[in-house]
Design a protein around this ligand. Structure first.
Ligand SMILES: *Cc1c(COP(=O)(O)O)cnc(C)c1O
Length: 449
């Protein structure tokens, strides 16, 4: 049986495979032959089963493996999961203007130089000016919100105590646990209150000569319901001020959009939190803000300058691609129509009737067994996990096998959810230009065995 296996040279000569670069093909063919050889030696393949894998099926398998090897890992996908901010799929999709800005900045671009004077300046001046226009606060931008939290705590609490409610000692995911971050920032954690109830008086009672700050953390990804109490931010800030202490506020998602969004009524707004007067407010750039991955620190000029002077800032600062994408996104907030131009907000605000119409359009392109069904989608990334957003999807009655085939589609993998044995393609996260390629990929996945 082993003698019946083709040689690598024979495979390299195959006309079906001639389009692939030889080193790539040789690598793939060698790995495939090794697998077959091992299966034969382990008695897992009889002669008939081996014969069925050779010839045309072998060439098809090798083409598939070459395609997978040649594909970029960071490639564009169709998000049909209905989860708008899907961490596995890169959270916020960028606005068209932000994509164009990234492309420009990828070449030589202005980062730390003033073209008028020729003098070196600070890289975040552009985005800081926009953030000031939008919020009135001074701002600084770093790699992500975890970095922003670390820098805020290190700059304002290192070597001293930071008081925080037991109900807000959260783990965000990906190993980001608030007590660990505080330790890394060099702060001593002082826990107050209980899991479900904490009052301003608890903070006051725990404050002493070694206290540096009081910390608030938005419990993004969970809800405690029932007999609960947490201090209102204005009351907490007033009590802290009376003791000459800063309040540090980790907002998590950070909505820059003030008008109501369905399902997100209780998500904290950046401007509302700043109005309460904490020294520093931090949030993510790629959650509800709808921009690139980054962390934004807002606050008074002095509080932000203190963060900027900290040596960690140099290690956490953003690259030019991020700054360009953020600048373009913030310009939309300042000058244009965020609800139309920022995909995250547009998806969150899409009314169910529009999602139903989009689902019908997709179902029509698919024909056959495709059905339009109501379902629930989610904002994702910790934004209001308890409040699903009513949506519509196209359901296809072939579950896991189809979902796997769709994930392996080329050039764009398709991610969908399987519910009660059916693949559901949720219209909320589909862009109009996704519909035709999506329909083509589904037809092709259904046609192949
Ligand atoms: C998401 C989140 C973070 C981490 O933000 P990243 O931008 O993912 O680093 C920190 N704190 C809270 C409350 C969050 O919701």
């Amino acid at each position: 049986m082993l003698r019946g296996l083709p040689s690598i040279e024979a495979l390299l000569r195959q006309p079906h495979l001639a389009a692939w670069p030889r080193p790539l093909l040789a690598d793939v063919a060698r790995a495939w032959l090794d697998e077959l050889r091992a299966a034969v030696l382990a008695g897992q393949l009889d002669a008939a089963a081996l014969a069925a894998r050779l010839g045309a099926p072998a060439h098809a398998e090798l083409v598939l493996r070459c395609q997978r090897r040649a594909a970029m890992r960071h490639r564009s996908v169709v998000n049909a999961t209905g989860i708008v901010l899907h961490t596995g799929l890169g959270r916020a999709p960028l606005a068209a203007a932000a994509v164009a800005a990234v492309q420009q900045a990828a070449q030589y671009a202005i980062v730390e130089l003033d073209p008028d004077t020729g003098v070196r300046d600070q890289r975040e001046l552009g985005v800081a000016a926009l953030l000031r226009d939008l919020t009135g606060a001074a701002a600084l931008v770093v790699n992500n919100n975890a970095a922003a939290t670390l820098l805020m705590l290190a700059a304002h609490g290192a070597g001293r105590e930071v008081v925080v409610s037991r109900g807000e000692l959260v783990e965000i995911g990906g190993g980001f646990r608030m007590p660990d971050v505080m330790q890394q920032a060099g702060c001593r954690l002082v826990e107050v209150g209980t899991t479900n109830r904490t009052r301003v008086g608890d903070f006051e009672a725990a404050t002493g000569p070694h206290t540096a700050a009081w910390l608030c953390v938005h419990p993004s990804n969970f809800r405690i319901e029932g007999f609960t109490a947490a201090p209102e931010l204005p009351a907490l800030v007033a009590a802290a001020r009376a003791r000459g202490l800063p309040v540090l506020d980790d907002l998590g998602s950070g909505l820059l959009w003030d008008a109501p969004l369905p399902g997100l009524e209780t998500e904290p707004r950046v401007r509302a939190h700043l109005a309460a007067g904490p020294a520093v407010v931090v949030c993510s750039g790629d959650k509800l803000l709808g921009g690139p991955q980054c962390g934004i620190l807002f606050g008074s000029a002095e509080a932000i300058a203190q963060c900027r002077r900290h040596p960690l800032y140099r290690a956490l600062r953003c690259d030019k691609l991020t700054l360009a994408a953020l600048e373009a996104t913030l310009r939309i907030y300042r000058d244009s129509e965020p609800l139309v131009q920022i995909p995250t907000l547009a998806m969150l605000a899409a009314p169910p009737a529009r999602l139903e119409a989009r689902s019908r359009e997709l179902a029509q392109r698919l024909g056959g067994a495709a059905r339009v069904v109501p379902r629930e989608s989610f904002a994702g990334s910790g934004a209001n996990p308890a409040r699903p957003l009513p949506s519509f999807a196209v359901a296809l009655p072939c579950g896991d096998a189809l979902a796997t085939a769709l994930r392996r589609s080329t050039p764009r993998p398709i991610f969908a959810r399987v519910h009660q044995g059916a693949v559901q393609l949720d219209a909320r996260t589909l862009l109009h230009e996704d519909l035709e390629p999506l329909a083509a990929a589904v037809r092709s996945a259904l046609a192949s065995p």
